[in-house]
Design a protein around this ligand. Structure first.
Ligand SMILES: *Cc1c(COP(=O)(O)O)cnc(C)c1O
Length: 357
């Protein structure tokens, strides 16, 4: 028995469409943010909010579709299924529609209506489950029932992305830094949701034999930091910082390529998100705040030793996605998030290079 030739033709066409989409898209900006003296550090933020689907998950979705297509798993009648807290599903719905495929996102019932609306606008269907731990098994079940494919970002993010290069996020960052004063950053600071971004960057710096270290910032109640530290300790509640922090150490998180981890209090992520907007005008989501909190801590350490250096991090998505949640003081209060105790501390870290935890 042989597989139908028209399927192969469809796959070729599908791959071509995804490549054409990438070719039409410009690379994301690497924004330079010099910190004031006595800092000796320049910060760069790679603005992943400018992808067509608004977050760093655009890269992941593209990679997962190409992975499924080139593995022969996705054909013209395949239903695409994913377990997602939102952003990945938005990006995957976009690619599914581009290829004319049905898409089902399996999400926690607590997912914001704004995200559900974005997925539906891209033609996706949302399947909500009350117990967030059930998203994986539900996604598997729906995929099996519909002879579809469960893309499984949490398992496949690290391998679907070509970590050696091929214009992945790491290659793009280092290329954009080439003419800067410190083109090899002391640190790259990222959060972990799937762990895919930290895995790609961690592998890339080893492959390129660069001394750059990778720091992963982790929100409260995440299983990543304990796992990295060798402690097995499942989280008791879901992360409050959308996109990062997981109740289980996801298979795509590779602790061996992470040099440092910093625990960031959730309210500090919000305070840092607000500080970034105030100082630079960049309106970013809460996980970008987590990144900035880690960046400021490392910048203060380097500056204390008069080390001239650069630090790179990401704008993961835009604050517009969160105007009714993290951007709303009433919502923050209702969710027990008070940024005030962290605001002065982070402002001192930014303005005076002085860190107090
Ligand atoms: C997914 C995500 C992250 C973390 O990226 P991973 O590569 O999955 O670890 C950070 N911020 C946001 C908003 C995300 O959606």
């Amino acid at each position: 028995m042989s597989r139908p030739a028209q399927d192969r033709q469809w796959v070729s066409q599908a791959v071509r469409q995804i490549r054409a989409d990438a070719r039409r898209s410009a690379d994301t900006h690497l924004i330079r943010i010099p910190l004031p003296a006595p800092h000796t550090v320049t910060v760069y933020l790679k603005d992943e909010s400018t992808h067509p689907t608004g977050s760093l998950k655009h890269r992941l979705a593209r990679s997962l579709f190409l992975y499924g297509l080139c593995n022969g798993q996705i054909g013209p009648d395949t239903t695409i299924v994913e377990a997602s807290s939102g952003s990945t599903a938005i990006s995957e719905a976009y690619f599914a529609r581009m290829l004319g495929l049905d898409f089902v996102a399996v999400m926690a019932a607590t997912t914001s209506p704004a995200k559900i609306a974005l997925i539906e606008r891209e033609g996706g269907r949302c399947h909500l489950v009350t117990d967030p731990h059930q998203v994986y098994s539900e996604a598997e079940r729906i995929a099996a029932e519909r002879a579809g494919v469960y893309l499984d970002q949490f398992s496949h993010a690290e391998r679907a992305t070509d970590w050696r290069g091929n214009n992945n996020i790491a290659e793009s960052i280092f290329d954009q830094l080439a003419e800067e004063e410190h083109p090899v950053p002391a640190w790259v600071v990222v959060g972990a949701g799937t762990g895919g971004t930290s895995a790609t960057i961690g592998r890339y710096v080893r492959y390129q034999a660069l001394p750059t270290r990778v720091c992963v910032v982790d929100p409260e109640s995440s299983a990543f930091l304990p796992h990295w530290a060798g402690i097995d300790n499942a989280a008791t509640r879901p992360s409050r910082i959308e996109g990062i922090g997981r109740a289980r150490p996801e298979p795509s998180f590779l602790p061996e390529v992470v040099d440092e981890m910093i625990a960031v209090p959730d309210a500090a992520s919000i305070a840092a998100m607000q500080l970034l907007k105030e100082r630079t005008g960049i309106d970013a989501g809460p996980s970008t705040g987590t990144n900035l909190a880690g960046v400021l801590q490392l910048a203060c350490q380097l500056s204390a030793g008069w080390e001239q250096a650069s630090i790179v991090s990401l704008v993961c998505d835009n604050g517009e996605r969160y105007t009714n949640t993290y951007g709303d003081p009433e919502w923050l209060t209702a969710n027990g998030l008070d940024p005030a105790p962290h605001t002065d501390r982070l402002a001192r870290a930014w303005g005076q290079a002085s860190w107090s935890s």
